[in-house]
Design a protein around this ligand. Structure first.
Ligand code: ZN
Length: 278
């Protein structure tokens, strides 16, 4: 893993959030929250006038799901806990040891605990009322039925925005971050800086498939472990071992042998192949 050190701002993306949500669902769906200990108030949000701890204590965790990069706990009463892990947030079940920066401790039935930890403290646990729209700023789910080639082509049409920047725009497509945007563009053989409106229909179709394929494969492998990401049981993902371009500066392109380059685009490091991504 040493070669992956130094990328300070790797954020859990859709496959990591999905892996965490599935792991948590399997581990604690059906459990009741018996107690809540909040150690850092700034990491916890609740509607005005609502006590987070009081409202959540006694609730049953009906299911754990994902939306974009967020992990969502659906509580029995219709309230939800929406967790944004941001850069270094973690959700860990049943750990006797506490990870550094543990901000919230949920005591669960069956003598288990759910810990929310975040050493950098950007992550948030938000309590959302029944019917409250918390995700209005999030775009289409790339693994949902609404993400069609037509919908994607419609996003690209008429826009000067570099196609990679568009892929990262959470208001358009929810959950795709830097790792999977780089990987999908490489697979589709599309230059990351290409203005969206100049992406041909054929390339848009390839890229649409590549986004779905890369995310699906990453979920199957349990996400990517780079820096801080680990799943709910503390296990590392496997996708980092099959990355084609991300973090591989100077390594030969698996398709053409040209060294992978790194450029900046939208203030994000962007890894790609100059020869096969035109
Ligand atoms: Zn190449």
């Amino acid at each position: 893993m040493a070669s992956f050190r130094g990328f300070a701002c790797v954020v859990p993306e859709l496959p990591e959030a999905e892996t965490i949500a599935r792991g948590l669902h399997g581990a604690i769906a059906g459990a009741t929250i018996r107690s809540v200990e909040i150690r850092s108030k700034k990491n916890v949000l609740a509607p005005r006038g609502v006590s987070f701890a009081q409202r959540v204590t006694g609730e049953r965790i009906a299911s754990v799901t994902r939306r974009g990069k967020y992990v969502v706990f659906d509580l029995g009463s219709g309230w939800r806990l929406v967790v944004g892990l941001r850069m270094t947030g973690r959700l860990v079940v049943g750990s006797r040891e506490e990870p550094p920066g543990t901000h919230v401790v949920f005591g669960l039935s069956g003598r288990r605990r759910l810990l929310f930890a975040d050493v950098r403290t950007f992550g948030r646990v938000r309590l959302v009322a029944p019917g409250e729209r918390w995700d209005h700023a999030l775009g289409i789910e790339p693994l949902g039925a609404g993400f069609t080639v037509e919908a994607f082509a419609g996003m690209l049409a008429g826009r000067k925005t570099p196609v990679k920047v568009l892929l990262l725009d959470q208001k358009r497509i929810a959950g795709v971050g830097n790792i999977y945007a780089c990987e999908a563009l490489w697979r589709a053989e599309v230059r990351p800086s290409r203005p969206s409106r100049t992406v041909t229909r054929a390339a848009a179709t390839r890229l649409h498939h590549a986004v779905i394929d890369v995310l699906t494969r990453a979920i199957a492998l349990g996400g990517s472990s780079i820096d801080d990401y680990v799943d709910a049981r503390g296990a590392r993902g496997g996708f980092q071992d099959v990355l084609s371009v991300y973090g591989r500066l100077g390594a030969p392109c698996a398709r053409c042998g040209e060294p992978i380059v790194r450029t900046m685009l939208g203030q994000r490091g962007t890894w790609w192949c100059r020869r096969c991504q035109r």
